[in-house]
Design a protein around this ligand. Structure first.
Ligand code: AMP
Length: 117
């Protein structure tokens, strides 16, 4: 299925809608989730057109992948999330709960998160 560039994260990357940005680099952007499911809920997205994690892992180049995970780690350091613990989640496909068809990783932190997935 072709990437749908009308999704809300693509609009953020193009600057058509605003987001509560935390950090960015050339290939990735991190911002607060508008409807947080944890005391701290952050989304990290690549700036390239990747529909989900499988698409990103197969088609992003090494620089994009590196920049993506470097930004994710910079957010963890910047907000000092490591000591209190954090969880990374990435839903791939509608059956897994993916609502926005642009690859993203959720960072959940800021309190006890329970043991469920
Ligand atoms: P997923 O269900 O894995 O696709 O996650 C999509 C996430 O995007 C959800 O946690 C939503 O709360 C979040 N979201 C939707 N619209 C916005 C927005 N405009 N700004 C920030 N986060 C959003």
């Amino acid at each position: 299925m072709a990437y749908d560039s009308s999704n809300i994260f693509a609009k953020m990357i193009r600057g058509e809608i605003s987001c509560q940005k935390i950090l960015e680099n050339e290939h990735a952007l991190a911002f607060y989730d508008l409807y947080p499911k944890a005391p701290i809920h952050i989304l990290v997205i690549p700036k390239g057109d990747y529909e989900n994690s499988a698409d990103f892992y197969r088609h992003a180049n090494a620089f994009e992948v590196t920049e993506f995970y470097q930004l994710l780690d910079r957010v963890i350091e910047h907000l000092q999330l490591e000591q209190g613990g954090f969880r990374l989640v990435s839903n791939c496909g509608k059956n897994a709960g993916q609502e926005v068809p642009h690859f993203h990783v959720h960072i959940l932190a800021g309190g006890p998160l329970g043991s469920g997935f």
